[in-house]
Design a protein around this ligand. Structure first.
Ligand code: GLV
Ligand code: MG
Length: 319
């Protein structure tokens, strides 16, 4: 599996200090889990949580999910110990390390170097463990291009809205919702677009952060729908009730998937010798060309990754 093709529509947060949740998460239909050592774990429980996470990764059955551990950020005393404990204990059962509150490319380099040393020492394939970079403050956003390009290990750029709102002094405590008083657009548009541009520049996935009103699944869908519409690949989920909504919102609709697959087939045919070697052609009432093929590839790729099947195949014209 290439780095960018990993499924991440729903990224489930699981506190590393909670063995019950570490067990339950294994059976849930999230594309990704991230076992947390950072903000969902009390400072007093962080060191012990490392062993819970190692046990869950090595002994658990994660059923094809993308397995990630979020370590503490480099301004704390815990980062190196988190990485060493988790990779020494479960490096072969880990797909990526999530680095929160990233502010500079050098913080990504530091993690990359530490992972390389661990992989060499432990006889693991060098470079296999990926990095997920969480952008959670103004400095991180200003540096996001360099962060996204800092290492071939980087797989995703993630928006961390709660810390970000605090960092920029946004006048709201409701994560993901619009701050009261800002009634002229989406207060998160610039941030989301900035992250998306950096991610796409380096062929990485862009992931939206948490929605804290966990009982309000419609609210989750509304907020997720915005980043999905822009092109984001997935969103964090904090509760089992949000998983299905995320998997749906970040997958194409059946109609869009069918249409994309049909564009690919029709364009393949019309550009071929048999189809007349055309650069532009009609499918129904719509003119398609090379740019249509590229757009269709994106939708088709997301649908196939989600296991979708085409229901309405295109057939070449007779004769
Ligand atoms: C997530 O870590 C956030 O701060 O929103
Ligand atoms: Mg955060």
């Amino acid at each position: 599996m290439t780095r960018t093709s990993r499924a991440r529509r729903s990224c489930l947060a699981v506190p590393g200090s909670n063995p019950k949740m570490l067990g339950k998460a294994q059976g849930l239909p999230a594309d990704q889990v991230f076992l947390d050592l950072e903000d969902s774990v009390s400072p007093l429980a962080k060191v012990d949580a490392r062993a819970n996470i190692v046990a869950a990764l090595t002994e658990g059955d994660w059923a094809g999910k993308t397995r990630v551990v979020r370590v503490n950020d480099w301004t704390t005393q815990w980062t190196y110990g988190d990485v060493i404990a988790v990779v020494e204990g479960a490096g072969a059962d880990l797909d990526a390390v999530m680095l929160p509150k990233v502010q500079t490319a050098s913080q990504v380099h530091a993690l990359d170097l530490l992972l390389t040393q661990l992989e060499k020492t432990l006889g693991l394939e060098v470079g296999r463990i990926g990095i997920e970079a969480q952008i959670e403050n103004a400095k991180g956003l200003v540096e996001v291009d360099a962060i996204a390009g800092a290492s071939p290990r980087v797989e995703t750029v993630i928006f961390g809205p709660a810390d970000f709102m605090a960092s920029i002094n946004m006048k709201s405590l409701v994560v993901g919702e619009q701050p009261p008083g800002y009634d002229v657009g989406d207060a998160y548009h610039y941030i989301l677009m900035r992250i998306l541009m950096a991610a796409r520049t380096y062929d990485l996935q862009a992931i939206d952060g948490p929605y804290l009103q966990i009982k309000d699944v419609e609210g989750f869908r509304r907020v997720a729908g915005r980043s999905a519409a822009l092109g984001f690949d997935g969103k964090w989920v904090l509760h089992p009730g949000q998983i299905e909504a995320a998997n749906e919102v970040y997958s194409p609709t059946q109609a869009d998937f069918d249409h994309a697959e049909n564009i690919l087939d029709a364009y393949g045919y019309y550009t071929s010798e048999a189809g007349g070697k055309r650069g532009a052609a009609m499918i129904g009432d719509e003119m398609i060309d090379e740019a249509s093929r590229k757009m269709a590839l994106v939708i088709s790729g997301k649908g196939r990754a989600a296991g979708m099947q085409r229901t309405d195949p295109w057939t070449p014209p007779e004769g």
